[in-house]
Design a binder for this molecule. Sequence first.
Ligand code: IVH
Length: 665
Amino acid sequence: MDQIKQQIEALREELNRHNYNYYVLSTPTISDFEFDEKLKKLSDLEIQYPEYFDVNSPTQRVGSDINKSFKQVLHKYPMLSLGNTYTESEVTDFYNRVQKGLNDDFEIVCELKYDGTSISLTYIDGKLTQAVTRGDGVQGDDVTANVRTIRSVPLRLQGNDYPDEFEIRGEILMPWSVFDKLNKERAEQEEILFANPRNAGSGTLKQQDPKIVASRKLDSYLYYMLGENLPSDGHYENLMKAKEWGFKISDATKKCKTLDEIFEYIKYWDIERKNLPVATDGIVLKVNSLTQQRNLGYTSKFPRWAIAFKFQAEKAVTTLESVTYQVGRTGAVTPVANLTPVKLSGTTVKRASLYNEDYINQLDLHINDQVYVEKGGEIIPKITGVDISKRGIFDEKVEFTKECPECGTSLVKDEGEAIYYCPNDLSCPPQLKGRIEHFCTRKAMNISCGPETVEHLYNARLISNVSDLYTLKWQDVSRLERWAEKSAKNLIDSIHASVSVPYPRVLFALGIRYVGETVAKKLALAFPSIDMLMAAGVEDLVQVDEIGERIAQSIVKYFGESANVELVNRLKGFGIQFELSEDIISQRTDKLQGLSIVISGTFEKHSRDEYKVMIEQNGGKNSGSISAKTSYVLAGDNMGPAKLEKAQNLGITILNEDEFLEMIK
Ligand code: IVH
C-alpha cells in the first residue's frame, strides 16, 4: 500500500512541476500528450485508491463539486485599494511625501497594475486553504473551489522556507486570447458579450460551477504578501521568495531608488504593456521596507506607502465614413459611427457608439472628419473629439435621421429626453423581433429562443408577436431548414413551461418601456393582478414607492393601446400568470411600512434574498447602504466591522434574524 501512496505522491509532484513550468514559467518540458497520460494515470490510481484523495491533487484542477452560493469570509487584514494619480507631478508629490515622512533612505518597488479581480489567498503549511475576493474590502466571497482550477495558482508550495501561515494577494485575470475566443463564441450564440477581460474574469470567478471556471483558463499575478513571519522586511524580497515557492510574480517588478528610474519604468511599460498577454491599466509604486510602510501608515482610505499611476487610455485617429442607426426593441434609435478600420489597443476598430443626437451635435460631426477614438474598457469604443483642421469645406454635417431606418416612420422625441423613438411599435420589424427576444430571456419567460431563433421564426412568418409562440407546433418548426426535431421539441417544451412563470416576471417580460425587473416586482405587489394594473391611472401608479411620473405615464400609454390589451387577453387565454399567487398575497402586510432596512452578513434561517422579499412583502424598503435614513440593520453572522461601526455611530438599531422574524410575525 505504501508503495501506491508513494507512486501517487511522486506523480502529483511531477505534475505540479510540469504545471508550474507550463503556466508560471511558460516553458513546458514535456508534450501535452505526455502530460495528459500522466494525469490520467494519477486519476486512475486515485479512483482505485480513494483513501489517498487530496483536494490539492493536480487532478482536482478540473473542478468537481458544485457549490450553490459563496460563503462570506471576513478578511484577516482589510483589502484596501490605492490612491490614483495620472500625472508625473502627482508621482513626484508622492515621492516627496514619502521622503518627508521617512526622513531616511528608501527604495520604491515599481509594479504593473493588473486590471483584473483582486484575490486574497491563504496558505497553511504550504497548502492553499482559502481564496477570497475583495468584496467590500472587509469581507468577500469564498471562491476557493473556483480558484483551485486556475493553473498558475499553486495548490502546494515548492521548497520549505515558507511561513506556516500567510496570505498572498494579487489579481485574477482573463488573458486577452481567452477573452477574444470567449466573446467570439458568445457572439456566435448571440449571447451578450463581455465588455472587457476584467468583467469576463470576475464573472467567471463568480460562476457557481468550477467546471466552467476551469474551462475559461484564468491566470493570476500575485503582488502582496501578508503575515506574521514573512521571510524579509523587504516587499520585493518577499515577492522573490514567493516566486521560488511557485507563485506567478510579474517579471516587470523592479526596485528603484530615484524619481528618474521610476519615470523610466513608467515610460517603458506604457508602450511595452501592449505586448503583454493580460490587461494592465497603470503601474503601482510601493515603499519597499515593511517597517517603513508601517511608519508611513494609512490615511482614512489608502496606504501612504503606495500609489497607483494610471495610464492614459489609448487613442487613435481615423476617418468617419458614415453614420447608421440601430433600432432596439423599445423603438429607441441609436446612432453608430462607421469608421475606416484602425488598430487600437490590439484590436481593429470599425465602429463607435455615438449615443444620441446631443452627442453628435456636441462633437459637431461631419462625414469624412478625422476623429479621435478611445477605448475606455468597453467593447465599443467612443469618439472623443474631431480634428477640425482636417475638415474639407464640402464635408457634410451629420444630421440625426428623422425617419426610422427600418420602417420609414417619422421618429419622435419626448420632451426633455435625449433619445428618438420609432413610434411604429406595432409593425416595425426590429421592435417586433426585439420584444419577442426580450420576452424569451432568462429573467423574463425563460424560453429557449435567442435572437437568431426569433429571426428565423419571424422570417418564416411563424411568429409576429409573443402570443404566437403559444400556438407554435414543433412540427412547423422542425420543417424549417437547420431545425432538428429534438431542438424544435425543446423549444416547444420551454414555451409550455413558461405558463408557470410568476406574474412579476410576466409583467417584466411584456417589455413596457421603463418597466425593468425591479419596477415590475413593485408593481405586481401593489397591483396584484394585471386587471388592477390596467385600471390604474397615473395618480394611482405614482403612489407606489419609486414609481415616478415617467414610468406611470409609460404604463398608462401601454395599456391605452388596444393592441396591447388584446395581446394580454390572448396570453391570458394561454394560461399565462397575470395574478400574484395566493401565498404571496396572503403574506402581504404593512408592518414595515415606511421603514428602510439594510441587510448585512450571512443568515441561518433564510437566505438574504428571502429576507429581501419579506421586507418588501411587509411594506418595507430594502436598501443597500447604511445612512441616516436607515431604520434598522438586519444583521447576520460576519457583518462587516465597517458597517457595524457606521450603524452604531448613527444609533441605528441592529436586529438579528429572530428579532426581525418576530417583528413581521
Ligand atoms: S497593491 C494596500 N499592487 O489595484 C495595497 N494592487 O486600487 C494593495 N492592483 O485593489 C494593493 N495591480 O486590485 C497592488 N501590483 C499591484 C496591483 C494592484 C493591480 C489592483 C488591486 C487593488 C487596486 C488598487
